[in-house]
Design a protein around this ligand. Structure first.
Ligand code: SPD
Length: 283
């Protein structure tokens, strides 16, 4: 009989996974990093007691963080990923043949090392020559870097608690915008609207202060509290519902979740979210 491993959400709700074995447990200078093998979700990466990704449902998260942005940005030659130490997001980015360079900025080398060793099915693109992994602080990078701006930026961080908080503040988002081309697209994970409405709305407000186009979109990720997850598409030009058909065609057949219909449907918002964001009511 295994042990139950629980994540507690907002002190009133838990998600428990039956664990077979702990494969890795370490404390980096930033956070506690664990990989467990579970009965139902396969191997699971846990950071500071929060479920980050699982072999069972990671595609639902990584495909939806990546492809709405990479199928709509005018150019996708240069892509920056901040966070994403398990490798799932860069794997999806590098499926796009038009990407020539993908820089991944991850603060914690232990997350990448543990993922390479114990989650090889998630990070399948580590050896892609287009990938440049840098173990530096993403906050400093976007505020200080003299690198050329990127066509697409993807933010794949943890939750806004502890060290992850810095990846949700205005200064960080402004730094990301500084590192984005004028017609570039940024997409980020923006938490569970139902469970974390206050956080979700605050993220939208901060992004709206910087970008003229800010569009949250939704999908299911069973590993995360309530299973209902959001990401947000931001840009100063264009809009998210006009994907480039050739870009979609290049990836849809081998995607587990993402397709043309899901792209459109994901941006449809339920009334409780429209009201919270003061968007026009449904007609
Ligand atoms: N509540 C957990 C949210 C985690 C979001 N990031 C996951 C990283 C997967 N690459």
């Amino acid at each position: 009989m295994g042990l139950w491993y629980d994540e507690t959400f907002r002190d009133h709700m838990r998600l428990g996974l039956l664990s077979k074995e702990t494969l890795f447990s370490g404390q980096s200078r930033y956070q506690k990093v664990e990989v467990i093998d579970t009965v139902g979700f396969g191997r699971v990466l846990i950071i500071d007691d929060v479920f980050m990704t699982s072999e069972f449902d990671e595609f639902l998260y990584h495909e939806m963080l990546t492809h709405p942005a990479l199928t709509t940005a005018p150019s996708i030659a240069r892509v920056l990923v901040i966070g994403g130490g398990d490798g799932g997001t860069v794997r999806e980015v590098l499926r796009h043949p038009d990407v020539t360079e993908c820089v991944m900025v991850e603060i914690d080398e232990m997350v990448v090392d543990a993922s390479k060793q114990h989650l090889p099915g998630i990070g399948t693109a580590w050896d892609d020559p287009r990938l440049d992994v840098r173990f530096i602080d993403g906050v400093d990078y976007v505020k200080q870097s003299t690198d050329a701006p990127y066509d697409v930026i993807l933010l794949d961080g943890t939750d806004p608690v502890g060290p992850g908080t810095a990846l949700f503040d205005e200064g960080f988002y402004a730094g990301c915008k500084r590192m984005l081309t004028a017609d570039g697209v940024m997409a980020l994970q923006s938490e569970a609207p139902l469970l974390m409405m206050d956080v979700f709305v605050e993220i939208q407000q901060r992004l709206r202060a910087l970008f003229s186009e800010v569009h949250p979109y939704l999908g299911g990720v069973p590993l995360y509290g309530t299973g209902s997850w959001s990401w947000t598409w931001c840009s100063d030009t264009g809009e998210p519902l006009r994907p480039i058909p050739e870009r979609q065609a290049a990836i849809v057949n081998a995607s587990k979740a993402y397709n043309e219909d899901l792209h459109q449907a994901a941006f449809a918002l339920p009334n409780y979210i429209k009201r919270a964001l003061k968007l026009p009511p449904p007609t």
